[in-house]
Design a binder for this molecule. Structure first.
Ligand SMILES: *Cc1c(COP(=O)(O)O)cnc(C)c1O
Length: 414
């Protein structure tokens, strides 16, 4: 096959594995289940252990099927390298575990995935200060920076209120100050947006969501875009300092987080995620079109008080989303008029599934304050703009008319 450099997003994903020869011409990278790798020459095994020769050692640190997926994700994110983990949270935990030390400071968006919010509470107890700011405004990020700030962490589109971080300006700020910019790209996926374009050094994806797409497998990834200068990062241990500066960050993450804490992605899961990823672009386009149609329907309805969706011109960051993203994504949230109980409404839906998850082929719906953001408590929910009656929808790929009809008939009950 010719070099893939000039092919588009989906062509690249479909044909990436075949860039290297696969036995029997298999069109999928095979699932390699072996935990250990045997060498015919004992010295060769020693050379692999000493980093003088590339090769696999033990399944927790690396596996050929997982490596093929890592390469695919690097292609999607236009990254230098990627590391896969058992879940998205393992990937997020790995960034903190491998790169932060006591006395460090982090600036994080206040609009955050609930479990990431919980991780920040843990790191605060371990002596890492976290400032939570409104990341839709770069001035707030800048005001929170300190000499010991090691990273700025944001999501692209926040769940569930869909606030969009001021990505370009935060990226420029981090670049000017030499601070690592970490972007959780889960809500947009690399098809709608590449954080490298706004200067992110590390990109996180929960593979469980849109990339795998079918609600049947968990996974996560960290990608290094190559834009951050690891030679300037203080927390790199001496043994990783000896490597080329471009590799230092990811080498430390692979050893200190993946190897030492062991949240490795299984080869079977890697295969399933790779198959799901083949249709990422198709699903994102269909989900985004369905979500825009549903958001428009809800906004016009007199029983609905407010709709949050970046594709609506009324959204505060609509212009930014239009400029940065290929489409507006699958996630929307809304509130009904105060006289309608959100649970009474939810009971009338026949198609949308009452479940927590995002980026699935099926439309999923949930009352967030009572479920996924319940643990956070009312004060923190208020800070994130989450009303008690807020309903979140992850829009699927159903036929649009069926989806709209389901919401219409549920609204008509009131
Ligand atoms: C779901 C999600 C995660 C965590 O991913 P898991 O694979 O469920 O561990 C992280 N960030 C965002 C934005 C998410 O939506």
């Amino acid at each position: 096959m010719s070099n893939l450099a000039n092919y588009g997003f989906t062509t690249t994903i479909l044909h990436n594995d075949r860039q290297k020869s696969i036995e029997h011409g298999s069109v999928h990278k095979p699932v390699h289940n072996a935990v250990m790798y045997g060498y015919s020459d004992a010295r060769e095994l020693a050379a692999v252990f000493q980093g003088k020769q590339s090769g696999y050692r033990y399944g927790r640190q690396g596996n050929p099927t997982v490596a093929a997926l890592e390469e695919k994700i690097s292609k999607m994110e236009d990254a230098v390298s990627s590391i896969c983990f058992a879940t998205g949270m393992a990937a997020i935990g790995a960034v903190f575990q491998a790169l932060l030390r006591q006395g460090d400071h982090v600036v994080s968006s206040v609009f955050l995935f609930g479990n990431t919010n919980s991780v920040w509470q843990t790191t605060a107890q371990q002596g890492i200060q976290v400032s939570m700011v409104d990341a839709t405004d770069v001035a707030q990020v800048e005001a929170a920076l300190r000499p010991e700030t090691r990273m700025v962490f944001v999501e692209t589109i926040a769940n569930p209120r869909t606030q969009i971080a001021d990505l370009q300006r935060i990226g420029a700020l981090c670049h000017a100050r030499g601070i690592l910019f970490v972007v959780d790209n889960t809500m947009t996926s690399p098809y709608l947006f590449r954080p490298k374009a706004v200067g992110a050094g590390l990109v996180i994806n929960s593979l469980t969501k849109s990339i795998a797409g079918h609600g049947n497998v968990l996974g996560g990834a960290i990608s290094d875009t190559g834009l951050f200068d690891w030679a300037s990062y203080p927390n790199i241990a001496d043994n990783f300092r000896q490597q080329a500066s471009a590799m230092q960050g990811m080498s430390q993450i692979r050893a200190k987080a993946l190897r030492d804490f062991g949240a490795s992605l299984s080869p079977d899961a890697a295969h399933q995620i790779a198959v799901g990823a083949e249709t990422l672009a198709l699903r994102m386009e269909r989900e985004s079109a369905n979500a825009l149609a549903l958001a428009t329907l809800l906004q016009k309805d007199e029983r609905v008080a407010v709709v949050h969706y970046p594709g609506l011109p009324s959204h505060p960051q609509h212009a930014l989303a239009t400029e940065l993203f290929r489409a507006y994504g699958a996630l929307l949230s809304f509130e009904l008029k105060p006289e309608i109980d959100c649970f009474d409404f939810l009971q009338h839906l026949k198609l949308a599934i009452h479940a927590t998850h995002l980026g699935d082929t099926r439309t999923l719906i949930i009352a967030v304050a009572h479920t996924i953001f319940f643990e956070m408590g009312p004060a923190r929910r208020a800070e994130m703009g989450i009303a008690d009656s807020l309903i979140r929808v992850s829009v699927g790929i159903e036929d649009r008319d069926d989806l709209l009809a389901d919401f219409s008939q549920a609204l008509n009950a009131f």
